[in-house]
Design a protein around this ligand. Sequence first.
Ligand code: PMP
Length: 453
Amino acid sequence: RAPRAPYADPAAGAAVKATDRAHVFHSWSAQGLIDPLAVAGAEGAYFWDYDGNRYLDFTSGLVFTNIGYQHPAVVAAIQEQAGRLTTFAPAFAIEARSEAARMIAERTPGDLDKIFFTNGGAEAVENAVRMARVHTGRTKVLSAYRSYHGATSTAINLTGDPRRWASDTGSAGVVRFWAPFLYRSPFYASTEAEECARALRHLEDTLAFEGPSTVAAVVLETVPGTAGIMPPPPGYLAGVREICDRYGIVFVLDEVMAGFGRTGRWFAADHDEVVPDLMTFAKGVNSGYVPLGGVAINAEIAATFETRPYPGGLTYSGHPLACAAAVATLRVMEEERTVEAAAHLGEHVLGPGLRELAERHPSVGEVRGLGAFWALELVRDRETREPLVPYNATGEANAPMAAFGAACRKNGLWPFINMNRTHVVPACNITEEEAKEGLAALDTALFAADEHT
Ligand code: PMP
């Protein structure tokens, strides 16, 4: 069991870090410029380092610990499965795997009743696109500029996030469009209804010029996450559903980040009662305790592969440890009413608390989100909405956000920072006191951002 905070063993921490720096090659980083914190342990909404510092985690890792760290029921289920059957190849029927699939299918909307398992989100997106292409016999795929779908070949091509620039091959068949985002509307719309109507017309126009009969799928994050937590305007998802139906295009909703309670419903699509043809998931499915992701498949696409083999697979598809963790996580979420807790947190604690911060801090341009899924858009000027740091800023240009981050950490809060935004994405089951502790730390840290307005 991890030592609880307060806990101090700086020498052990220094050794862990030295070995890390010698041998671990980190994601998305210039290896010589990073200084990763050595983490000694974690529990619930908190983690702690080797110097006796404890942090309230407002990132949920990478937005995956929806039930917090080290939930004893999930840890026990993983241990139990390890004792019984640690691993087994995917072609066999394994209790943990079939039970996880049944429980996921029961919660996904509509007829999304078959589950293809992967080890994470990007693989889920890769396979959803493959299914759509084989099912339709078409190749083109449309995705939104403000999006993140993963770092593998097709997933990074679909991604709009600038992290794709370095590896984007501009692969044939991927076309990006502008999904709605009122605060920085690409159509200069001034109301949600206007932004929605113009975004749907833009999608229609894009399809018309691409040739709808050549398009296999439209892939959207239900609530774009990494790109800024942007709940779609009412009617948008239903509109996309209708367009896809009209042209026989597969509608893929990526719920890797928004799914499994994050938005206060099991899936973000539940808010609009929209049922996609394929839905990708990962992260919250088992709170990230063991890598797991997948695609939930509707009856029509599943039927395509009844007599025709599905051309895809993964060695660790539906790994028993990951599936046992999913079964236990879903039971915990049911018993502890985690989804309802996230909804309550958004409506009564985080939403009002963050809006109050916006009133006090001129650097907060917009507060948006729902459930345990919020973003603060930090700006130099509320009128012009000029971002606090330029798009994709690094080094000196990013100094205001770096100062804000440092102030958060000094106040015991680990923030999620992306460009000019901080995302408030704690575990869905944090207590009201924990949330308020985090809001107070944000309040103090925002003065560092206000200095740049
Ligand atoms: N889709 C979405 C919406 C995501 O947020 C992410 C990860 N942040 C992915 C896909 C990729 O998931 P993974 O990193 O597990 O491959």
